[in-house]
Design a protein around this ligand. Sequence first.
Ligand code: SME
Length: 158
Amino acid sequence: MAEDLLIVKGSKEEQYANLLPQIESLLFGENDLVANLANVAAALKEQFDFFWVGFYLVKNDELVLGPFQGPVACTRIKKGRGVCGTSWNLGESLIVPDVEQFPGHIACSSLSKSEIVLPLKKNGQVVGILDVDSEKLNHFDETDEYYLQLIVNLIKFD
Ligand code: SME
């Protein structure tokens, strides 16, 4: 496909539904992980203008910052620490409506108010994390989780 995204306005569902096949096309036939993670982060940022969207990858029993869009962020997160490390530990997605209410939340920026994190898995093992932050409280819901999970499922770890 052309490397231009078609951005639409509309409901959250409409925006994700428009974006999903475009991300599928971006990833199709490309097996370089960093390139694919970079394009997914860029596509989500461009469509939704999230405050921060990016990936952490499991390396030597830590999460290490990967491709992202937004302000600079903490480089390493230990298992069980913060929202990302907790999602990794549990192997489950987490929606945090108010980061100040999440025990141990790691504040890379004081501007981030709510957050959603999804684990990336290979053969059932967590190999990374997708983290999306918003400047608005209570920004993320099950619709985000549903579509972000579909997007995460498109990323292949060979
Ligand atoms: N808030 C995250 C840290 C990553 S930054 O938000 C980009 C956490 O608590 O794990």
